[in-house]
Design a protein around this ligand. Sequence first.
Ligand SMILES: NC(=O)c1ccc[n+]([C@@H]2O[C@H](COP(=O)([O-])OP(=O)(O)OC[C@H]3O[C@@H](n4cnc5c(N)ncnc54)[C@H](O)[C@@H]3O)[C@@H](O)[C@H]2O)c1
Length: 446
Amino acid sequence: MLLKKINDQSAIIGVVGLGYVGLPIAVGFGKIGYSIIGMDLSSEKIEQLRVGHSYIPDVSTADINKLVQTNRFTASMDTKPLAEADIIFISVPTPFDAQKSPDLTFVRSAVENIATILRPRQLIILQSTTYPGTTKEVVLPILAQTGLTVGEDFHLAFSPERIDPGQVGSAGFDIYNTPKVVGGMTPKCTELAATILAKLTPLIHKVSSPAIAEMSKLLENTFRSVNIALVNELAVLCERMGLDVWEIIEAAKTKPYGYMPFYPGPGVGGHCIPVDPYYLSWKAREYDFHTKFIEIAAEVNSEMPYFTVEKITKILNEQGKPLRKSHILIIGVAFKRDIDDARNSPAQRVIELLVKAQAFVTYHDPYVKTFQVGHNVFLEKKHMIENIPLTVENIKSADCTVIITGHSNINYQRLANHSLILLDTVNVTKKLYVEGENIIRLGGSH
Ligand SMILES: NC(=O)c1ccc[n+]([C@@H]2O[C@H](COP(=O)([O-])OP(=O)(O)OC[C@H]3O[C@@H](n4cnc5c(N)ncnc54)[C@H](O)[C@@H]3O)[C@@H](O)[C@H]2O)c1
């Protein structure tokens, strides 16, 4: 019955959590002909969707508007409409707490809500990145409390999301051609989940359990974390040895096999690379296993904002200036280039350390309109940092300008021409062939 509905496109798709992952999935299915019921706790997001507006740069307002106008996309803060959905994707946040232990509050509350409307023949697919065992040990018990049996009455699977916000389509990959991994609680769960996902992308890789699918996502992100840590460590060493790490990477990159370039920077940000390895380490401890390699990588990466601030201090010192009361202009506070998401961004910690040292900090980011730091162990009070336009006067007023995120729509030539000192932590000035005595690179030879 569900299989038939999936194949004739009469299946209704529910999406719980309409953020960077959920909204593209909802619109992705909408565009190929399915009707969507979205649910989110954010009244602002629901309001925007109701009037046909997108708040995610990778999703077009035109696409949402079309779906809303034709009544094929409804969104609300209410769980009840989801009773009509045949398939429900869950894409809610999976952050860590202050001690870096997994915080599954959002997953639990989303699943508890779904349990209130769960009915036979529904398929639930968890997409949030999490530790192996979550679907079976956390999600299933909540759904099973309804008295319904998995694999018989309802179906449950895990399928990780691989979206790369801000880069969608840039490397030729989007939601319709990125392979999806899927593992269900039973073979039938896997089969049904694979069938609906295959409507989106023909490249489906079925695995034997949700735990395998959960772990595969953690492997992908931990792989990035470990490799970024390796080049970060190399960058720190290169500085000491007076070698340019960027030139070294360019040279190594010419090997056509067995090497993949990763780049150093002021830290890793977002809600995946700095978070996911801790999910795995936490779960591993239950098995008396310490993921040393993964934790060393996380440690190296989390040291980078401190290293960046040390470098700023050193640069100012060479100019005969103390960090205290110096004006530091930060370029880019989003966690990566060309996106508006500033969660866990390296700029956060860098700015907190600078403010703590009583530097005067401003920033410029065309994507992130307002930015606040503090209210944690680093800075007791919240501080709003001023977003200033990149006028020549503003650039000249800074004792040191620091590029933390290399957005592509910033005039680096102007920055290079007018900055007293420009610290480039991501080598974006090199890419643009901007050279100058006043430019210093993290991991560079001077
Ligand atoms: N953003 C990415 O690049 C990316 C890529 C792959 C995987 N992921 C993973 O996907 C998951 C979601 O990430 P995201 O970036 O989309 O997060 P997000 O914060 O952009 O979106 C999550 C949404 O869920 C909503 N929400 C929270 N609790 C809810 C509940 N109980 N019911 C309904 N809605 C609820 C929030 O209001 C928010 O709109 C995370 O596990 C993340 O690690 C993210």
